[in-house]
Design a protein around this ligand. Sequence first.
Ligand code: CA2
Length: 156
Amino acid sequence: MARTIYVLNGPNLNMLGTREPEIYGHATLADVEKLCADTAADFGLTADCRQSNREGELIDFIHDAHAKRAAGIVINAGGYSHTSVALHDALVAASLPTVEVHISNIHARETFRHHSFTASAAFASLCGFGIDGYRLAINGLAARIGAVKSGEKVKS
Ligand code: CA2
């Protein structure tokens, strides 16, 4: 079984922790990536964490996940979630178990954030849990792909 999950963060998420803490909290992208690495490690998985401010580069990351037969993808495509048919298409084509994450509750914000193109290419979508959403997403992805915490028995 592939042991690597891709954790992809989109535009402006490199700015986490520097502005708008009332919406996004005080944690930085480095904190998010450490949380993901630690959570993945609990399941014997490796988190390959990448961030880009460019749509095409995010698409390249998804193609790479497919080519490398990654175990799954956790994606917060930031503002591109609400605009990008191309990211939706790349996720569908990659055909990997995918969870979408948003730090904020996009449904409690402006109406232009209510629709997500990436959500419909994912098996699950989480929003509003702050950065803990990434930990929850990896737990859900691990359950989906049958990865168990070390020391835990597989349920029959
Ligand atoms: O809630 C989320 O995770 C979002 O994906 C974040 C995106 C936003 O466009 C989506 O609607 C919801 C924006 C990320 C910007 O992050 C910043 C954080 C701190 C300072 C500046 C930007």
